[in-house]
Design a protein. Structure first.
Length: 145
């Protein structure tokens, strides 16, 4: 069980930032979309684009939306059917409860037990939390130093 986490971090108490695209990911978005016609996107094309984004580690974000639109595509048109704007696919699963998110976070933090957390460790924790399927809506962790 997680007992105490100690850390000295210059940006303690920061809220988790939404995922943003690196320069190489922005280039990947452009390269991926270059293979498709923005005026004639099929469902198969949308699936292929999403798979290519997944392989490149590109997650949905405001940055991705901007990159898609900068490449001449309608970001809404690239949403898979059944998503928030689609009507043809299965409904999206309900969002995880706060208890589930806290449990997942505790499990991740147990790997850092008895360690001093620096900025790099906090970034890794955030990445692992997001990879587990949770998107922080706000900071729900307080670190006392």
């Amino acid at each position: 069980m997680l007992e105490i986490i100690s850390g000295s971090v210059s940006n303690y108490g920061r809220a988790f930032a939404p995922p943003s695209l690196s320069d190489s990911q922005k280039t990947s978005v452009n390269n991926i979309l270059a293979d498709f016609d923005s005026e004639a996107i099929s469902d198969a094309d949308i699936e292929a684009i999403h798979e290519a984004f997944r392989v490149e580690g590109i997650r949905p974000s405001a940055d991705l939306r901007s990159a898609i639109e900068a490449a001449g595509f309608d970001a809404e048109a690239l949403r898979p059917s059944g998503g928030p704007k689609g009507a043809d696919g299965p409904p999206s699963p309900p969002p995880p409860s706060d208890e589930d998110a806290v449990s997942a976070l505790i499990e991740i933090l147990e790997d850092y037990e008895d360690q001093t957390l620096d900025e790099a460790a906090l970034s890794q924790i955030q990445d692992r939390f997001q990879e587990a399927g949770y998107t922080p809506r706000q900071s729900f962790i307080g670190i006392d130093v």
